[in-house]
Design a protein around this ligand. Structure first.
Ligand code: TLP
Length: 360
C-alpha cells in the first residue's frame, strides 16, 4: 500500500511513532473495574480539554453519538438533527433502532447550520398528547455532509440559548471539532462551551488507531457509561487504546493546520483543471469536494484514479471527496494533481460504473 495515495478519509491515518511507543509502554488495568490508569488519565485530560465535568472513552464516533443521544433521551423522545448530518445518515439509525428515539430532521444550510427558526419550528408542544417529546438538538462541527465546513461558535451559542429556553439539551458531533478549532485559531473550549455534550474522534485527523471521547456533565457520562456497557463497549485493558489517544490530543492537534494547507493547495490546483470546479469558500479544513462538470462518469473516473494509485470517495451525484491527513504530504498533493490533469485531458470513456463507498 506504500505507493497508494489514500484520500478517502482521515480515518485511514496510521498511528505516529510516538503513539506506537506509548501503546508499548502503557500502564494497564481492567477498565470495567475503573482500574486502567491510562484510560483514567485520558478521560481526565479529555474532559479538561473540552471544559466538561467528565469524559468517557468509546470505541468509535458512532458509539459516542449513540451513547450521547440515549443519555439525553428516553424511548419515545425526539431528537432534532440536520438532514445532512452523520448521526442521521451514517449511523444505521442506531438511536431509533436500539433506543426508540425518533429523528426530527431540519434541512441543513450549506454552512452546516440548522436555521434557528427551523429548530424552533421543530420543537414539539409538550402538552400535545399526539406528539413525541423533543429533548435534544444535535449539531456537527466540522460538518462532513457539507464538505468539512466550520460552524461558527456564535451560531452555536444561539442554538444553545434557544434549546435551553425550551428545556432541551445540545449535543455536538465533533468528530472533527479539533479541525474546527485549528481553522478558527481558537481554543477548543470556545466551541464546546456551547453544548451540553460533545463527541470527538481521536481516530481521524488526530491519527490514533481507535477511539472517541464523549464528554459532558457527570450525570450524562454516568448514563453513557452504562449504555456503552450495554453495547458491549466496556473494554478491559483499554489503556492500549487510550495511550495513543493521549498522544493524539496532546501532540497531534496543532499539525492539523498542515492538512488544511494541503487541502487548499489541492483544491486550488484542481480548480484550474478543465472539467473540475471546487467551491473554494468551502475548503476550510481537511476536505476538498470537487465537482465534475464535463459530464464524464464519476464511477469511471474514480476507478481510473484507483488504477493510478489514488483513492478518493464519491460525494453526491457529481462530486468527489478528497481528505488530507497525517499520511499525506505536499509530494502526494502534486502527484494527485498530475494524475487528475492527465485523466481529465483524456476524453470520457463510455458507460457508467458504480461509485463505491459514496459519502452521500
Ligand atoms: N465519518 C466517516 C464515514 O463514516 C463517512 C468519514 O470518512 O468521514 N461523525 C462524523 C461527522 C463523521 O464523519 C464520522 C465518520 C463519525 C461521526 C463516526 O465515526 P466512527 O467512524 O468512528 O464511528
Amino acid at each position: 500500500m506504500s505507493n497508494v495515495i489514500d484520500l478517502r478519509s482521515d480515518t485511514v491515518t496510521l498511528p505516529s511513532p510516538a503513539m506506537r511507543q506509548a501503546i508499548f509502554d502503557a500502564a494497564l488495568g481492567d477498565d470495567v473495574y475503573g482500574d486502567d490508569p491510562t484510560v483514567n488519565a485520558l478521560e481526565k485530560l479529555a474532559a479538561a480539554k473540552v471544559g466538561k465535568e467528565a469524559a468517557l472513552l468509546v470505541t468509535s464516533g458512532t458509539m459516542g453519538n449513540f451513547c450521547a443521544v440515549l443519555a439525553h433521551c428516553g424511548r419515545g423522545d425526539e431528537v432534532i438533527v440536520g438532514d445532512k448530518c452523520h448521526i442521521y445518515n451514517h449511523e444505521a439509525g442506531g438511536a431509533s433502532v436500539l433506543g426508540g428515539v425518533a429523528y426530527h430532521t431540519v434541512v441543513n444550510t450549506d454552512t452546516g447550520e440548522l436555521p434557528l427558526a427551523a429548530i424552533a419550528g421543530a420543537i414539539r408542544d409538550r402538552e400535545n398528547l399526539h406528539a413525541a417529546m423533543t429533548r435534544l438538538v444535535c449539531l456537527e462541527n466540522t460538518h462532513g455532509g457539507c464538505g468539512g465546513v466550520v460552524v461558527a461558535p456564535s451560531y452555536m451559542a444561539e442554538v444553545k440559548k434557544l434549546a435551553h429556553a425550551n428545556d432541551l439539551k445540545v449535543h455536538l458531533d465533533g468528530a472533527r471539532v479539533f479541525n474546527a478549532s485549528v481553522a478558527l485559531g481558537v481554543d477548543i473550549k470556545e466551541i464546546t462551551q456551547h453544548v451540553d455534550s460533545v463527541q470527538f474522534c481521536m481516530s481521524k485527523g488526530l491519527s490514533a488507531p481507535i477511539g472517541s471521547i464523549l464528554a459532558g456533565d457527570a450525570d450524562v457520562i454516568r448514563k453513557a457509561r452504562r449504555l456503552r456497557k450495554m453495547l458491549g463497549g466496556g473494554m478491559r485493558q483499554a489503556g492500549i487504546i487510550a495511550a495513543a489517544g493521549i498522544v493524539a490530543i496532546t501532540e497531534m492537534v496543532d499539525r492539523l493546520a498542515e492538512d488544511h494547507v494541503n487541502a487548499r493547495i489541492l483544491a486550488a490546483g484542481l480548480n484550474t483543471i478543465p472539467g473540475i470546479t471546487v467551491d473554494m469558500h468551502k475548503v476550510q479544513t481537511d476536505m476538498v469536494i470537487l465537482t465534475i462538470t464535463d459530464g464524464r462518469d464519476l464511477g469511471t473516473l474514480i476507478n481510473q484514479l484507483k488504477a493510478h494509485g489514488i483513492l478518493v470517495g464519491g460525494f453526491g451525484a457529481n462530486s468527489i471527496r478528497a481528505v488530507t491527513h497525517y499520511g499525506i504530504d505536499s509530494n502526494h498533493i502534486e502527484a494527485t494533481l498530475e494524475t487528475f490533469r492527465t485523466l481529465m485531458s483524456q476524453p470520457a470513456s463510455g458507460g457508467s460504473q458504480a461509485v463505491e463507498g459514496a459519502y452521500r
